[in-house]
Write a protein that binds this ligand. Sequence first.
Ligand SMILES: Nc1ncnc2c1ncn2[C@@H]1O[C@H](COP(=O)(O)OP(=O)(O)OP(=O)(O)O)[C@@H](O)[C@H]1O
Ligand SMILES: [Mg+2]
Length: 365
Amino acid sequence: MPHLVARNLTKSFDGVRAVDQVSFAIPDGAFLALLGPSGCGKTTLLRMIAGLEDPDAGELLFDDVAVAGPRGTLPPEARRLGMVFQSYALWPHMTVRGNIEFGLKVQKLPAAERRRRIEEVLEVVGLSGHAARRPHELSGGQRQRVALARSLALRPGLILLDEPLANLDAHLRETMLAEFRRIHSMTGATFVFVTHDQEEAMAVATHVAVMNRGRLEQVGTPEDLYRRPQTESVARFIGRGRTLPVEVMASQDGLCTIALAGGVLKVAGLAPPGPGWLCFHASDLSRAPQRGPFAGEVVNQLFQNGVYATELAPLGVDVETVSLALPERLAPGTRIEVGLSGGWVIARAPSAAPALTGAAARSSA
Ligand SMILES: Nc1ncnc2c1ncn2[C@@H]1O[C@H](COP(=O)(O)OP(=O)(O)OP(=O)(O)O)[C@@H](O)[C@H]1O
Ligand SMILES: [Mg+2]
């Protein structure tokens, strides 16, 4: 039984759909990253899960029980969830202990139980010695851990985090990501984590949901999104993938026979015969000793991490350039044959969805 199910969730503001018919099912204990450019609807979706926003249409279920939908909505406090924001939202005048204890008092837990839980969550987030400090006496990362501890103390089944690392520097973000992952596996709670940052999402999540202009483009494991994208924009967005237009001639048992640059080859995929996209990453391409699926001319090269990151203009293919790593320096204009390992074929719809652009696309660079 999935823990978190959304069915056609929709929410508009002033006639504009911020979240547009979003559906997914997330297993218990998952770490779901919600990924997408600014304004694509991530916070709105999270707020609907939290109960801070009512959907206009669609349904939301926790453990098969409707919490929002046509039969009304359950208020946030009845949803057994915790929320952590980018801004921490700690009480500045209260100690760490006071901040954590606040929600436990609201729940009218006895003093001994409150003390036990505070010690427990401070241990989990690694701040046992800091109970008496006030927020201004803590670093940004420590404050974020207090915010998380405050949520965990209520023992929620679901923790919602809206860009919790956005205010931290790059080094601290990495440390905190590892911490979140560790805390996630210690608690067994389901985490939903909103981020702009693709590397962050792919590194920590068990499931990634890619949103684009209010719509859910794809939800799956990080490997699914990387190796088996379902849309052209996901293919191009995740890991800076590339797509080449191809003609699918036949499709059988998960293999597509495609026509590319005057040749024919077989590549994994489920696309039906017709126009298709061949999706791949730079790491799938290499220089082939004999004739490969296509040839190209070197445009330029950068020496990076011990290899030559090469931009290549494919010949006989309707695309400007592709990238691959080569072991040697080659003069611009040099013609090479390209080998392809891996790759994935999807159908090419006549009216493609708008591409993923903006901050999220840049952050993958
Ligand atoms: N309360 C509101 N009133 C009017 N419009 C809103 C409201 N909240 C969000 N929107 C609009 O809905 C769309 C989605 O906003 P949302 O905050 O969900 O995006 P986001 O993906 O979280 O973006 P960011 O990455 O910048 O935080 C945006 O166009 C936004 O302007
Ligand atoms: Mg947001």
